[in-house]
Structures are given as structure tokens and as C-alpha cells.
Write a protein of this length. Structure first.
Length: 65
């Protein structure tokens, strides 16, 4: 099994990094001005702007426009 890539409010961050709010069903949904937060491993993810969104770890392969 692969590592989880989508996280919900209250989940613990698996790694240090910047987490970005995205649409739950489509990572490329194009949310305008998505929330971006910096967390350390073990920090809890905060609430999203609405219940249809999740958090993803931003990487050099996944940039938010």
C-alpha cells in the first residue's frame, strides 16, 4: 500500500512541510487562493474552508497556481 496523500481536518501531519487545501474529488480543481499552512510532523491539520476540501502536502511535483 502507498502512503496517503489526502488528509482531513484533525488528521496528524505525516511529515514536516507545507500543506495546501484542495478539492476532495479533484486535486486540480483550481481553488482560488487556497489555504497554505506549514506544519511539523505530528501537528493536527486545521479545519478547511468547507467540508468538500482536503489537505495535501505541497511538493516540487505538485504546485498550486
Amino acid at each position: 500500500m502507498g502512503e496517503r496523500t489526502r488528509f482531513h481536518p484533525g488528521d496528524k501531519a505525516p511529515n514536516n512541510g507545507i500543506y495546501v487545501e484542495v478539492g476532495e474529488n479533484d486535486v486540480h480543481m483550481g481553488i482560488e487562493n487556497p489555504k497554505r499552512i506549514e506544519l511539523k510532523k505530528g501537528d493536527k491539520l486545521p479545519d478547511n474552508e468547507n467540508g468538500d476540501r482536503v489537505w495535501v502536502l505541497e511538493s516540487k511535483h505538485h504546485t498550486v497556481h
